[in-house]
Design a binder for this molecule. Structure first.
Ligand code: IMP
Length: 211
């Protein structure tokens, strides 16, 4: 007997212009009944300023604005590094810690400077990633991923991006920048948040969950 199987195609707009993030989401939704659109499909979509106080609020703000504009469910993320001894800095300012035009190298230099007098046992930190899925009617669901670790005293490794060369995840003696993409994905904040939303999207795509 053929089961009572409800299969619908769901459209999702990715609220990012970052090609790496677009590829990542396309990869995890492969084989699902989901059509991925990007902001390139909606050239008039206004830029959304990330000016909220938390990763979650920024992700929600971006996803909700794009869902409202496009009339389709939209997905956005926000992520960053929190250093406990610096009261959570750089946090939501991670990408512009050393200034609006700063690149990864300047941000790392500033963080190493700010932590230069902090002893080894107080160098704890975590990466956070929050993904929001918003529908045009205003409802929102969020998915978070975290990875605990510590900040090194000098950059090591050349893979990845951002603060990877100075972040050691708990139990590891190599930085994220010394790991392969697969190794990092398996333990990273973004990998964890993506796996959580992957499960949710699979549920929608198989008709088991209503969004
Ligand atoms: P956004 O989520 O694209 O706004 O990125 C925020 C910033 O956080 C990045 O520019 C990086 O500085 C930092 N960041 C977020 N995730 C990672 C990561 O996986 N490795 C290193 N740095 C990261």
């Amino acid at each position: 007997m053929i089961g009572c199987f409800k299969l619908r195609i769901m459209d999702i707009v990715l609220a990012t212009r970052n090609k790496k993030k677009i590829e990542e989401i396309k990869r995890i939704t492969e084989g699902m009944a989901i059509s991925i659109f990007t902001l390139d499909d909606f050239p008039g979509c206004p830029e959304v300023e990330e000016d909220e106080d938390t990763f979650e609020a920024n992700a929600i703000k971006k996803a909700a604005a794009v869902a409202r504009y496009t009339g389709k469910p939209a997905l956005a993320d926000d992520s960053g590094l929190e250093v406990y001894a610096l009261n959570g800095a750089p946090g939501i300012l991670s990408s512009r810690y050393a200034g609006e035009r700063a690149g990864d190298r300047e941000n790392i230099e500033k963080l190493l400077y700010e932590t230069s007098s902090i002893a080894d046992e107080r160098r704890g930190a975590r990466f956070v990633c929050c993904i929001a899925l918003a529908s045009p009617d205003g409802s929102v669901k969020t998915f978070s991923g975290y990875v605990e670790g510590r900040i090194g005293t000098a950059p090591r490794g050349f893979n990845g991006f951002g603060y990877d060369p100075i972040f050691y995840s708990e139990g590891h003696s190599r930085t994220f920048a010394e790991m392969s993409d697969e190794e990092k994905d398996a333990i990273s904040h973004r990998g964890r948040a993506l796996r959580a939303i992957q499960q949710y999207l699979r549920g929608i795509s198989e008709g088991k969950i209503d969004f």
